[in-house]
Ligand binder design. Structure first.
Ligand code: NAD
Ligand code: TDX
Length: 334
């Protein structure tokens, strides 16, 4: 099976490529990636002989038409993915998440190619801390940020291309991923690499916002379950019952790295900061038989800390620039 992976030099896409190479010997992988600031080409260096790598923009419709015409399956990970960046400049989010997805949909439509669309639980907005509800496939879209609104828009494009043009597509909306090869701008790698660099972790607002953590390998196994056994035109929510508040995550990182659990700072809150995400993944589990393998968040976090400690070369080059950018917007408040 020929598989075109968009965004395969980023966090989840690269983990997907590495895991697919290890577990699906029938897959012939081509990666298309623009290599934005978020990509780290070093992740794929050890496997470049086993894949075809194309540097390119998913919004380049002639390049995408050529690549899609030569594949059996598109798995679309490429995106501008960081909420904080979308607040300072949304333009690249419109370009990649909306125009880029449109370009892929038109190509899979022309070539009648199977398409899986990777999306996020953030399209559903947020939940109150004391709300017993969790997101399901039936929850109404209510995105908060430029990032999540462009992801919501891209999901709606997919639904329309399925209904109007018969495109063979599935959609998955996953909760927050953690694991190796995640960019140091994101919460968990930022705090781990802060502590490893002798800098205090930074919590937005009151630190009580809740994210529903899932290991990236569990996410990617669910993606394959949907590709193999999902129903065309359907949406599946991916989550591993991993709700933890941000303060608890930071305290755990500090403890696991042998620091006092209170050695962090509160900084100015993210504008529009979503309070809580929570996924009900019953459909994926009952209809497709998927189960997460990483059941204990603290041990998954510990393994992730070990990975960052052992791979300083992978993240060090990006660290200073990320922290300079954060320093221009955030202030210590407590
Ligand atoms: P990432 O930012 O780490 O990687 C994105 C990749 O896409 C990078 O390699 C980048 O170079 C590439 N890219 C960006 N614009 C491109 C363009 N125009 N053309 C080609 N390539 C381009 O992102 P991630 O965290 O790996 O997220 C992957 C996908 O999963 C995204 O669609 C995101 O919305 C979704 N998602 C992420 C999470 C999470 O917790 N990280 C959770 C749920 C869903
Ligand atoms: O320094 C920080 N301090 C802090 O308290 C950073 C970077 C974040 N935070 C908070 C904000 C969030 O409540 O931590 C939480 C997680 O933040 P991010 O890593 O920026 O993730 P989030 O905004 O939740 O979005 C992530 O999950 C859903 C991904 O970046 C998205 O691509 C995905 O769709």
């Amino acid at each position: 099976m020929r598989v075109l992976v968009t965004g395969g030099a980023g966090f989840i896409g690269a983990n997907f490529v590495l895991r697919t190479l290890a577990r699906r010997p029938d897959a012939e992988i081509t990666v298309v990636d623009k290599l934005t600031y978020a990509a780290n080409p070093a992740t794929l260096t050890p496997v470049l002989d086993a894949i075809t790598f194309v540097k390119g923009d998913i919004a380049d419709s002639s390049l995408i038409d050529e690549l899609v015409g030569d594949t059996d399956l598109v798995v679309h990970f490429a995106a501008e993915s960081h909420n904080d960046n979308s607040l300072s400049d949304p333009s690249s989010f419109i370009h990649t998440n909306l125009i880029g997805t449109y370009s892929l949909l038109e190509a899979v439509r022309r070539h009648d190619v199977r398409y899986h669309h990777i999306s996020t639980d953030e399209v559903y907005g947020d939940l109150d801390l004391d709300d017993p509800a969790r997101f399901t496939e039936a929850t109404a879209y209510n995105p908060s940020s430029p990032y999540s609104s462009t992801k919501a828009g891209s999901d709606l494009l997919v639904r329309a291309w399925v209904r109007s043009f018969g495109v063979q597509a599935t959609i998955s909306n996953c909760s927050n991923n953690y694991g190796p090869y995640q960019h140091v701008e994101k919460f968990i790698p930022r705090q781990i690499t802060n502590v490893l660099s002798g800098v205090r972790p930074r919590l937005y607002g009151d630190g009580r916002n809740v994210r529903d953590w899932i290991h990236v390998d569990d996410h990617n196994d669910a993606v394959w379950a949907i590709i193999d056994r999902g129903q065309i035109g359907e949406t599946y929510l991916i989550g591993a019952d991993g709700e933890v508040d941000n303060r608890t995550v930071v305290e755990s990182i500090l403890e696991l790295l042998g620091q006092p659990a209170d050695a962090f700072d509160f900084v100015t809150d993210r504008p529009g900061h979503d309070r809580r995400y929570a996924i009900d993944s019953t459909r994926l589990r009952t209809e497709l038989g998927w189960q997460p393998q990483y059941l204990d968040f603290r041990s998954g976090l510990s393994a992730t800390i070990d990975w960052y400690r052992e791979h300083t070369d992978w993240w060090q080059a990006a660290k200073d620039g990320v922290e300079q950018k954060y320093a221009s917007t955030e202030q210590v408040v407590g």
